[in-house]
Structures are given as structure tokens and as C-alpha cells.
Design a protein around this ligand. Structure first.
Ligand SMILES: [Zn+2]
Length: 309
């Protein structure tokens, strides 16, 4: 099934599996880099919890997968999506984060011999959230979670950065600051100007500030990402974009949240008043999931910023 897209770098391949399908759209980004775009809404039984964007890089010696999906079954669907582009096996899996869809498919690929790679600060958060995420997924995915085991990188990378040279491609794994989850990281291909942002960037849909997110640090991390001047961004959620769209859908929202809420906090404005006053945010209301997430984002970011004062 081929879809029509407006983008210039179009390669629309949609992978279906069975009647209740997870829709994954494979797109060529640049050079050896590809994106696998999942749904923009919440996690469901039907989408296997693959409500996120993943990536892969085809090297001379095999495929480097960036983020492995939320389950064993979801990982197999991601593998199928990769196979629509290349016959090469997934030899490496890099995790950009610790939310379920970033890493709970690791075990599937590790069992096939792939090397799993992540920063130590990412693995720390994975360990902290593993049982909570498995419990939540169980209620949504039911038997589709069967066989899933939280498996993190066996030799986590210390520090904030590592350069991985795999099959002729240099991949820079970097922590730019805590964002959606503590220890979120990005994968940067300087030669191609391709940045796999993980949950640092959301486009087309509103980002989520969770209780353990850090809106102010996220904003700073976004600025460091911009300083890399990527030509192509594969976001954590949404289709591949240029920097301008990432700035509009994520950077501007973070700026707005932090600036508005810092000022309100300085004025000791009660939280209910702040939420009522800022519930309308016309610049961002067209983003998907705005109605579900925006007020909660305000509330949690306000609590975070007050605690940081
Ligand atoms: Zn995510």
C-alpha cells in the first residue's frame, strides 16, 4: 500500500500485520538514514504500543536500529519494516530513551545477536521505570506483551557522549540534557546532517510534560540540538522534518511554557489561575493531542519550575 505524501524525501511503505494492524510508515531520510513512523495518538492494542517514530541506519555490515519498540511483537514488526528496505540484519540497537517504546523490544533483537547500546544515564532510568511500564503495557497490549522482557544495554556507556563507528558510518550518541525522561539522548550523523532526536522533539502532535520530565532542561537541550544545525530531524513522534518545524512544534512550545510559567511563578500566581489563564494557546492548538495534554503539561511544568526556583 503506497500513500501520497507532501514531503520531498518520500518513500511511503506501510507495513501491516494481520487484521488488527500496527501502521508503520518507512521513509528514507538521507544517505543511509531511514525513519519508521508510527501512529501519533496513544498506545493501543491495535498499534502494539508503537505510537512513536523509530529510525535505522543501513551500514556496510548491517543495520543500526534506533529504538526498538514497546514489546517483543512490536520489535518483530519494526524488523519487518526494516526488511522492506534492506536484507541486512539488525546488528546494533541504540536506545535514545527509557520510555517503553524506546527500548522494550531490545530483548527480541538481542536474542538474535544484536548488540544493544545506550548511555548509562539512559539505562538508569530504564531500570527505574521498567516494572511500571511493563504493568501499564500489560493492561493495553494483553497477550501481545507475551515474551517481552526488559533488557537494557549490558555495557552502558559512561559520560555524555560516544562515537560509534559501525560499518563505515559514524554515529554520535549524545546526551544534550534531560527532557521527556531523565537521560534522554540523541543519535547524530554529522556526515549526513541527520539527527535522531528521540523524545526531545515531537512534531504534528503536542509533546507531553510528565511528572519526571524537566521542562526547563528540555528547553535547554532543544537549544543544544539546534546548535548542531541538523538538516534532517527524525523526531520521537511524527514524520521527519527540518529544524524549522521542530522549532515550531516543540521548541516554541517549550519556550512559551517556560517563559509564561516562570513569570507566573515569580508573581506567586495560584496554579489553578495559571492553568485557566493559559489553557488557550492558539499557536499550538492545532497540534494533535492538545486537548488531552496541554492542561496537564501546564500543571506539571508549573510544579517543576516552582520547585526549581
Ligand atoms: Zn515517546
Amino acid at each position: 500500500m503506497i500513500k501520497a505524501f507532501q514531503s520531498l524525501w518520500v518513500l511511503g511503505l506501510v507495513v501491516f500485520s494481520g487484521a488488527a494492524a500496527a501502521e508503520l510508515e518507512v521513509r528514507h531520510v538521507a544517505g543511509p538514514g531511514y525513519a519508521i513512523v508510527g501512529e501519533l495518538g496513544g498506545r493501543t492494542y491495535e498499534n502494539h504500543g508503537l505510537n512513536a517514530t523509530f529510525g535505522f541506519v543501513v551500514t556496510d555490515t548491517g543495520v543500526v536500529l534506533i529504538d526498538s519498540g514497546a514489546s517483543k511483537a512490536g520489535a518483530a514488526l519494526i524488523e519487518k519494516a526494516v526488511a522492506s528496505v534492506t536484507d541486512k540484519p539488525v546488528t546494533h540497537v541504540i536506545n535514545t530513551g527509557s520510555q517503553d517504546h524506546r527500548w522494550l523490544g531490545n530483548g527480541y533483537f538481542a536474542d538474535k545477536g544484536a548488540q544493544v547500546i545506550a548511555l548509562a544515564r539512559t539505562v538508569d532510568t530504564q531500570q527505574r521505570f521498567a516494572s511500571q511500564h511493563m504493568e501499564q503495557l500489560q493492561t493495553v497490549l494483553k497477550t501481545r506483551l507475551d515474551g517481552t522482557r526488559p533488557f537494557h544495554a549490558p555495557a552502558p556507556v559512561d559520560g555524555n557522549a560516544a562515537v560509534l563507528s559501525i560499518g563505515g558510518v559514524d554515529l554520535h550518541l549524545r546526551w544534550l540534557g534531560d527532557a521527556h525522561f531523565p537521560g534522554d539522548a540523541v543519535v547524530w550523523l554529522p556526515a549526513e546532517g541527520v539527527l535522531y532526536s528521540g523524545d526531545l522533539v515531537y512534531v504534528e502532535r503536542l509533546l507531553g510534560v510528565l511528572p519526571w520530565s524537566d521542562a526547563a532542561a528540555w528547553r535547554e537541550a532543544f537549544g543544544r540540538m539546534e546548535a548542531l544545525a541538523p538538516r534532517h530531524i527524525v523526531p520521537g513522534h511524527g514524520r521527519p522534518v527540518g529544524l524549522e518545524v521542530a522549532r515550531r512544534d516543540t521548541g516554541d512550545y517549550l519556550d512559551w511554557l517556560v517563559v509564561e510559567l516562570t513569570e507566573a511563578s515569580g508573581n506567586w500566581e495560584p496554579i489553578d489561575d495559571v492553568i485557566a489563564r493559559l489553557a488557550h494557546a492558539p499557536a499550538f492548538e492545532s497540534l494533535l493531542n492538545f486537548a488531552e495534554l496541554h492542561r496537564g503539561n501546564l500543571s506539571r511544568a508549573y510544579v517543576q519550575l516552582e520547585a526549581q526556583r
